[in-house]
Write a protein of this length. Structure first.
Length: 510
C-alpha cells in the first residue's frame, strides 16, 4: 500500500442520496477514497453500489449530497467529463457497440487523427494491439465486437479503461466473465496501478478475491451504509452479516437422486465456426445426463462451453451436427422452437442481450417462452400472465419495486431470476444454465444454488457452465472439462479437485 494513502483522500462522497420515481437507491451515503489503495465496495444486488459509482463517474447527475475530488466539489453531466478529470469506470454491464471494431470501441470519443483531420487507423490499431497484448488477448483489433464472447468483451472494456491516465479507476464486477488466468493478470495490473498512486474502487461479489486485493472496504445495504473498515481486520462471515443483516447459510448439498433413467444423451456433437468452416467451436463432444443429475462444464474462456449449450438449444442449426436423445428418444432440433418443444430451456450467459426484453416488465418477460399457457384462440390473457408471473416472483423471491417497472431497472440477481422464471414456466425436462451466478451477490447465489438442488430433486436434468471452480466442484454431481473445443476431462464429484480441473482445462489438442 502506498504510504501517501493515509493522507488526504483523492475522492470524498458526502451524504449522497439518489431516488428513482420516489424509490431510494441511495440514502445519505458517505465515504473516502485514498490514492494508492484498493477500496472494495460490497453489498447485495440492489444495495446501491452501481448507482453510487454511476454518480461518481458522471452517468447520473441528479442526486443530493456532494462529491469532492482533491477537496474540490465536482459535478459531472457526462462520463466524458469525469474521464477528463481522471475518473474512469468499467461498468458491470458491457457498454460496447457491437457493430464497431475493437479499435473503434477502445478509442470511441477519444479518436486519434492525423494532420489532415482524418482518423489515424494504423496508429489506433497499433495502440489497440498493444493494450490487448497487456491483457494477453491475442485477437485482431479490427474484428467487430459482435464476434467476441462476453468474457472477451469484458477484457476489451478493461483495455479501454487502461487508455486513460486514471486518478480514480472504478471497476464494477470486472472478473464476472473472465477465466482464472485472466483474473490473475488483471490483479497484477491493478496492483501495478495502485503502486503508482491510482485509487482503485473495486466492486465484486466474489468475497474471496477481495482479501488478497483490497486494502479497505465499505458495505452498502438497502442503499445505506452498513459498515466499513480495513480488509485485514475482518473476515468473510462478518462481511456477509453486514451485507444481508443476518447470518447466511449457503448449502451446496442436495438430496441424493438415485435415478438411472437417462434424460439427455448427446452423441458426436460438432459445431463449425460460421466464420471459418475449417475450425470447430465444439469438436465431437458426447455425454449423457440422468434425471435429477447436475453436470458442470468447466474450462477456460473460448474452450467451447457456451457454444455447446447454444448448439444443443438449436441456435446454430446450419453449423451443428449431432445426434440428440431425450428420454431415450431421438429428437431433431432444427431451431430454438424445437428445443423448447422437446423440453429444453436455456438461461444464456448474457442475460441482458439474450435473456430479457429490458423495456418490458416482469410479467411480459416471464411469459415469453410459454405464451401457449396464457393464450386462447390467439388472444393473450393478462390475468393468466400476471398469475404466472406472481407465482415465480414468490417462488424465486424476486425483489421488484412495483409490478409494472421495466426489468432494466432490476438488480443483476433479480434480472437473472426473471430469466430463470421464463424457462421454468415451460416445465422443462432439461435446463441449460450458462454462468447462472455471474455478477450476482452471495445471497442471490445461495438462492440459485438452492433452486438448482430443488429442480434436480424434481427430476430435471441440469447442465451448467461456470468459470468459478469452487462453484463447479460444490454443485455438480459430475464434471466435464473442455479445452480448445474438445472434452479433455470427465470427473465424478468425489474425485474432482481444482488442480485436476485446471490441468484438464490447459490440455491442448493432440
Amino acid at each position: 500500500m502506498n504510504k501517501n494513502s493515509i493522507n488526504k483522500p483523492v475522492l470524498e462522497i458526502r451524504n449522497v442520496s439518489k431516488d428513482f420515481s420516489g424509490v431510494y437507491a441511495l440514502k445519505d451515503v458517505s465515504m473516502q477514497i485514498f490514492p494508492g489503495e484498493v477500496t472494495a465496495i460490497i453489498g447485495e444486488n440492489g444495495a446501491g453500489k452501481s448507482t453510487l459509482m454511476k454518480i461518481v463517474s458522471g452517468v447520473y447527475s441528479d442526486y443530493t449530497g456532494e462529491i469532492l475530488l482533491n477537496e474540490e466539489i465536482i459535478s459531472f453531466n457526462h462520463p466524458k467529463e469525469a474521464a477528463g478529470k481522471g475518473i474512469v469506470i468499467i461498468h458491470q454491464e458491457l457498454n460496447l457497440i457491437p457493430h464497431l471494431s475493437i479499435t473503434e470501441n477502445l478509442f470511441l470519443g477519444h479518436e486519434i487523427t492525423n494532420r489532415f483531420g482524418l482518423l489515424a487507423y494504423p496508429l489506433m490499431h497499433k495502440k489497440a494491439k498493444e493494450l490487448l497484448s497487456r491483457l494477453e488477448l491475442q485477437i485482431d483489433p479490427k474484428l467487430p465486437v459482435s464476434q467476441l464472447r462476453v468474457g472477451q468483451q469484458q477484457l476489451v472494456e478493461i483495455a479501454r479503461a487502461l487508455l486513460f491516465e486514471s486518478r480514480v479507476l472504478i471497476m464494477d464486477e470486472p472478473t464476472s466473465a473472465i477465466s482464472d488466468h485472466e483474473v490473475e493478470l488483471l490483479f497484477k495490473i491493478i496492483k501495478g496501478l495502485r503502486d503508482n498512486g491510482v485509487a482503485i474502487i473495486y466492486i465484486s461479489h466474489k468475497l474471496n478475491e477481495l482479501f488478497g486485493l483490497a486494502d479497505s472496504y465499505f458495505v452498502l445495504r438497502d442503499g445505506a451504509m452498513a459498515g466499513k473498515g480495513r480488509m485485514k481486520e475482518t473476515d468473510r462471515t462478518r462481511l456477509i452479516q453486514l451485507m444481508v443483516g443476518r447470518e447466511l447459510a449457503i448449502s451446496t448439498e442436495k438430496q441424493k437422486i438415485n435415478s438411472k433413467d437417462e434424460i439427455l444423451r448427446i452423441e458426436n456433437l460438432s459445431f463449425r465456426d460460421p466464420e471459418n468452416a475449417s475450425n470447430f467451436l465444439v469438436n465431437n463432444v458426447s455425454f449423457a445426463l440422468n434425471k435429477g443429475e447436475i453436470l458442470g462444464i468447466s474450462g477456460l474462456m473460448g474452450a467451447g462451453r457456451s457454444e455447446l449449450l447454444e448448439a444443443i438449444f438449436g441456435m446454430h442449426p446450419k453449423h451443428v451436427s449431432a445426434e440428440i436423445f431425450i428420454e431415450g428418444n431421438k429428437v431433431k432440433i432444427k431451431n430454438v422452437c424445437d428445443a423448447i418443444a422437446a423440453g429444453i430451456g436455456l438461461v444464456p450467459e448474457d442475460r441482458k442481450l439474450q435473456g430479457l426484453i429490458l423495456n418490458m416488465d416482469v410479467a411480459r418477460n416471464t411469459s415469453l417462452a410459454s405464451l401457449n399457457r396464457i393464450s386462447s384462440f390467439g388472444f393473450l390473457s393478462r390475468k393468466l400472465e400476471n398469475e404466472l408471473s406472481d407465482h415465480f416472483v414468490d417462488k424465486l423471491k424476486t425483489k421488484i419495486p412495483f409490478k409494472k417497472i421495466a426489468v432494466e431497472k432490476f438488480s443483476g440477481g433479480n434480472q437473472q431470476k426473471v430469466v430463470i422464471a421464463k424457462w421454468l414456466s415451460t416445465n422443462p425436462k432439461i435446463l441449460l444454465l450458462d454462468e447462472p451466478t455471474r455478477g450476482i451477490d452471495v445471497g442471490a447465489k445461495a438462492e440459485i444454488y438452492k433452486l438448482m438442488h430443488e429442480l434436480a430433486e424434481q427430476g430435471i436434468g441440469i447442465v451448467f457452465v461456470s468459470s468459478e471452480l469452487p462453484e463447479i466442484l460444490s454443485i455438480s454431481d459430475k464434471i466435464m472439462v473442455l479445452s480448445e473445443s474438445k472434452i479433455t476431462g470427465n470427473f465424478l464429484k468425489s474425485e474432482a479437485t481444482e488442480e485436476k480441473l485446471m490441468h484438464a482445462a490447459l490440455m491442448e489438442k493432440e
